[in-house]
Write a protein that binds this ligand. Structure first.
Ligand SMILES: NC(=O)c1ccc[n+]([C@@H]2O[C@H](COP(=O)([O-])OP(=O)(O)OC[C@H]3O[C@@H](n4cnc5c(N)ncnc54)[C@H](OP(=O)(O)O)[C@@H]3O)[C@@H](O)[C@H]2O)c1
Length: 234
């Protein structure tokens, strides 16, 4: 990705091993940053970090001890981006307390704890999602966790000022997380593109570019960037 963002001399922590996390870490690295990529599975974290040119670290956002330990190992970090998500989709009657807590741990509780423990120098960027603004059947947990993420960003922006805190809300992005659809994935992405006002589905570059913008624009805080092709209105 070509970017005009300049992060030379800055340290960046990216949490998550998915496609958007990998591309965000790589783009921050390309912009000159010293990048740490943290995940909970050692194998997936090592390969994602290697692909992005980042240093691997360990964190489980559902574990307060793991969060505190990461904060202790890292010391001061200029920019933090959380891309962790633990989807809990399906019929409401099957939705248990544990799945709801996992969804909120990854997007809301874990990032709130991380923000309280870590010495963040410049910015924190959280990842929400369009489903909060366009509810759909069997998506209650993620709609609510993503909505809470946007409100967490604005609350933290006031609490942590002058550290800037924002949320990014992606639409459907071909990040690898839809690969479970198998042969149906291409049709799903094409149908999404047909409906979206932007007439396309998202790429990991679209979102990495937004994450770098959130890291580097000094007047952007307490807001949610909807990088969703208008999908919340489709
Ligand atoms: N892709 C889309 O279409 C889309 C749409 C709307 C919103 N978003 C949001 O954009 C962000 C990135 O999406 P993506 O598709 O690139 O990601 P993804 O493939 O869904 O990856 C999610 C990541 O979260 C990690 N994770 C889950 N629970 C965790 C925990 N307790 N502690 C630490 N890590 C944890 C997973 O780790 P493991 O590998 O260990 O499971 C995985 O690396 C997410 O917040 C997602 O909800 C994406």
């Amino acid at each position: 990705m070509t970017t005009s963002a300049e992060l030379t001399g800055h340290s960046v922590l990216v949490v998550g091993t998915g496609g958007i996390a990998r591309r965000t870490a790589q783009s921050a690295r390309d912009a000159g940053a010293d990048v740490v990529l943290a995940g909970r599975d050692p194998g997936r974290t090592a390969s994602a970090a290697a692909a992005a040119g980042a240093r691997p670290e360990t964190v489980d956002l559902s574990d307060e001890g793991s969060i505190a330990a990461l904060a202790g190992r890292l010391g001061r970090v200029d920019h933090v981006v959380n891309l962790a998500a633990a989807p809990a989709n399906g019929p409401l009657r099957d939705l248990g307390h544990a799945a709801l807590v996992r969804a909120f741990d990854a997007k809301v509780f874990g990032p709130a704890l991380l923000a309280g423990r870590l010495d963040i120098g410049r910015s924190l960027t959280l990842f929400s999602g369009f489903i909060a603004w366009r509810p759909a059947a069997e998506r209650v947990a993620m709609a609510t966790a993503n909505g809470a993420t946007a409100f967490l960003a604005q609350a933290l922006a006031v609490e942590l000022a002058p550290v800037r805190v924002n949320a990014i809300s992606p639409g459907v992005v071909d990040s690898g997380s839809w690969d479970g659809l198998g042969a149906a994935k291409e049709g799903f992405l094409a149908a999404t593109a047909e409906r979206n006002p932007a007439r396309r589905s998202g790429t990991v570059d679209d979102l990495a570019q937004a994450a770098l913008f959130a890291m580097t624009n000094p007047f952007l805080t307490a807001t949610t960037l909807h990088v969703d092709g208008g999908g919340r209105f489709a």
